[in-house]
Design a protein around this ligand. Structure first.
Ligand SMILES: Cc1ncc(COP(=O)(O)O)c(C=O)c1O
Length: 403
C-alpha cells in the first residue's frame, strides 16, 4: 500500500537509533584532525586503518604545496560547469598527463569518481543499440550509471557467466561490437582482483568494448601504479579506463581515459560534466602532483608493499582470514553484523580505526572488517594495530566461528 504521507517512511526509520542505543553505531565518525596515518577522534590519537590513502599522499609536502599554490592562483572554486565558465588550464594539464600515464589518447576529468562513472556509463549505455554487461559486485556508481542508461543492461556473476551470455546471445556470430562490458578491477571491500587478463581475452574473442573501473588499482598495482590492466599487460584492451582521485591520488574527482573520439563524445554529452561544477583548483592540483609523485618517487611503492606484506603476515599469524587479498585492502572475516559493530567499536576504544562491511555490501551475516595499509604507517603503528587485533581476535573467537 502506498504511503499516505511520503515522509512517514523517514519518520519510522529508526535502525541507526537502535544501534546507537547499544553504543555500537560505527558510521559518520567525526574526526577532528589527521596527519594521514594517525587521526584525532574524541580527543584521542587513533591509528587509521580504514582509509583509501594508498600512497599516503594526502600529507605529502609536494602535494600540499601544489594545492596551496592552486588555491592562491585560482581561488577556492570553479563556480560553474567546465562546459561553460569553470574550465581551468589546470584541468586540461591534468587530463593531458593522465592520458600519457595511462597510454590513452585523451582523458576527461569529472568532479568526483561517482560522477565520472554515473555520467560516462549512462551516456555510453544510452547510445542507440547499446547493451551493457555489468559485473554483479560492481560499485554503486556503476550500478547507478547503468540504471540511468537507456539501452539494454545485463548483470553477470563471473567471467564464466559472461562468456556463456556472450556465446548464447550471439548464435549468428555477428559479434558484440555494440556491447560494453563494465567491471571493477579491484573490489573495494574485499580486495578481490578481477582477472583482467581473461576479460581482455574475452574482449578479443567477442569484440565487445571494455570499461574498467580501476579506482583501487591505479596508483597501487602495475609499474609506477599504472593500474591493474598494466599489471596484467593488457592496457591496450581497455577501451575506457576509469580512475578516481579520492584514493591514491589524495584528492577528490575522477576521470575516464580512452580513444579521443569517445572522450570527445563524453565531454559534450555526459550530463555530470555539463550540469555540474568543475573540480575545484586545489583538488585538481593535488591530483596532478600526486600523479607526478607516483612517477618520480618509487620508494613510496617499496614502503607500501613492505607494509602490506608485514601487516598481512601479522594478521595471518593471529589467525585472521584475509580472503586471499594481495592488495593493500585486507579484509578480516567476522560473520554476524553485530560482531562487526562490536569489533570496530572495541578497536576504536583501543586506538585503531577500521570499518565494518555489512549487508548489502556483503551477504547477510557474512560481515567483514575492512583494513587497508598505506606507506605512511610506521612499524610502530602496524605493531600497535596488530596488538589490538590480536586481543579482539581472542575475544571474538569465543563468540563466533572466525573462518
Ligand atoms: C570501485 C569504485 N568506483 C568508484 C568510486 C567512486 O569514487 P569517488 O568516491 O571518488 O566518488 C569508488 C569509491 O568509493 C569505488 O570504490
Amino acid at each position: 500500500m502506498a504511503n499516505r504521507d511520503l515522509f512517514d517512511v523517514c519518520k519510522k526509520y529508526k535502525d541507526p537509533e537502535l544501534v546507537k542505543s547499544f553504543n555500537l553505531y560505527p558510521f559518520f565518525k567525526s574526526l577532528s584532525a589527521s596527519d594521514g596515518p594517525v587521526v584525532e577522534y574524541d580527543g584521542r590519537e587513533i591509528v587509521m586503518l580504514g582509509s583509501n590513502n594508498y600512497l599516503g599522499l594526502t600529507h605529502h609536502p609536494r602535494v600540499m604545496k601544489a594545492a596551496h599554490d592552486a588555491l592562491e592562483r585560482f581561488g577556492t572554486g570553479c563556480t560553474g560547469s567546465r562546459f561553460l565558465n569553470g574550465n581551468l588550464s589546470l584541468h586540461e594539464q591534468l587530463e593531458q598527463e593522465l592520458a600519457e600515464f595511462t597510454g590513452k589518447d585523451d582523458a576527461l576529468v569529472f568532479s568526483s569518481g561517482f560522477l565520472a562513472n554515473s555520467g560516462a556509463l549512462s551516456c555510453l549505455g544510452s547510445i542507440k543499440g547499446a547493451v551493457v554487461f555489468s559485473e554483479a559486485e560492481n560499485h554503486g556508481s556503476i550500478i547507478d550509471g547503468v540504471r540511468l542508461a537507456k539501452g539494454e543492461t545485463r548483470v553477470f556473476d563471473d567471467l564464466d557467466h559472461l562468456e556463456q551470455l556472450m556465446s548464447d546471445g550471439d548464435p549468428d556470430g555477428e559479434g558484440w561490437a555494440h556491447a560494453l562490458v563494465v567491471s571493477d578491477a579491484v573490489f573495494s571491500m574485499t580486495g578481490r582482483v578481477m582477472d583482467v587478463k581473461r576479460l581482455a581475452e574475452l574482449r578479443r574473442r567477442f569484440g565487445f568494448k571494455l570499461y574498467l573501473d580501476d579506482a583501487h588499482g591505479l596508483g597501487v598495482l602495475g609499474p609506477q601504479g599504472r593500474g591493474t590492466a598494466a599489471h596484467y599487460g593488457v592496457m591496450d584492451d581497455i577501451d575506457v579506463l576509469f580512475g578516481t582521485f579520492s584514493k591514491s591520488f589524495a584528492s577528490l574527482g575522477g576521470f575516464v581515459a580512452g580513444d579521443k573520439d569517445v572522450i570527445n563524445y563524453l565531454r559534450h554529452h555526459a550530463r555530470t560534466v555539463i550540469f555540474s561544477a568543475g573540480l575545484p583548483p586545489a583538488s585538481v592540483a593535488a591530483a596532478l602532483e600526486s600523479l607526478r609523485v607516483m612517477q618520480e618517487e618509487p620508494e613510496i611503492f617499496e614502503r607500501l608493499w613492505d607494509n602490506v606484506e608485514y601487516f598481512r603476515n601479522g594478521l595471518h599469524d593471529i589467525g585472521f582470514d584475509t580472503m586471499g587479498s594481495w592488495t593493500p585492502i585486507l579484509p578480516l572475516y567476522v560473520g554476524p553484523e553485530s560482531i562487526a559493530f562490536r569489533f570496530v567499536k572495541d578497536a576504536l576504544d583501543m586506538g585503531v580505526f577500521a570499518t565494518p562491511v555489512i549487508y548489502p555490501a556483503q551477504p547477510y551475516q557474512q560481515a567483514l572488517i575492512r583494513t587497508s595499509v598505506t606507506p605512511s604507517l610506521t612499524r610502530d603503528h602496524l605493531d600497535k594495530a596488530l596488538d589490538v587485533l590480536r586481543v579482539l581476535h581472542r575475544q571474538l573467537s569465543r563468540h563466533t566461528k572466525l573462518k
